[in-house]
Design a binder for this molecule. Sequence first.
Ligand SMILES: N[C@@H](CCC(=O)N[C@@H](CS)C(=O)NCC(=O)O)C(=O)O
Length: 211
Amino acid sequence: MKLYSYYRSSAAYRARIALNLKGLAYETAPVHLVKDGGHNRRPEFRAVNPQMRLPALVTSGGDVLIQSLAIIEYLDETQPTPPLLPKEPIARAHARALADIIACDIHPMNNIGPLRYLKNELHQEQSAIDAWYHHWVIAGFEAYEALVRPGPYSCGSDVTMADICLVPQVYNARRLKVPLDKFPKIVGIDAACLKLSAFDRARPENQPDAE
Ligand SMILES: N[C@@H](CCC(=O)N[C@@H](CS)C(=O)NCC(=O)O)C(=O)O
């Protein structure tokens, strides 16, 4: 399989964790999201993913999958062990809800494309953009912190899709200097996850395109 990725992309980071948890080998195809206004906007990547976003996964059968949650669910369906969602329906819905807080409610507000739009098209000051970023991470993390179950992971004793979404968001929050002292459960879950090799190998600094 081939994963179009950028070391700092949190959505690609999710896909990397899921591939590692499933024990699936893949080749990394780096796409620089910053240089020259973003290599993701080049025609050759647009031909892979018309949405021009990362990640994109080329399966062993040659299909191109996009959207990290769809990729993670595909991996879970085709390679059921270890499961990335609990079996019991209420617990499954809870894990998906936590993942959605990150992937649907926090991440879209602070993704590189929308932040660039605030700066370049709406001419916002960097300080206003930083305040926007911090606001949405903190609002989402407050909800997440209140909803997690006793650990070590977000939904208890097993890693789920929620953790796969949380760890990259915490990396991003730290990089953008969001204070995390109000979120001891989140910080603890992040530390527990990063002790696992699948998470550690997926870290931005461990990627072939890391700078
Ligand atoms: N909902 C998508 C988000 C994908 C996404 O926005 N990825 C970012 C990197 S984390 C990206 O490629 N951004 C490029 C841009 O916004 O132009 C997913 O979960 O895969």
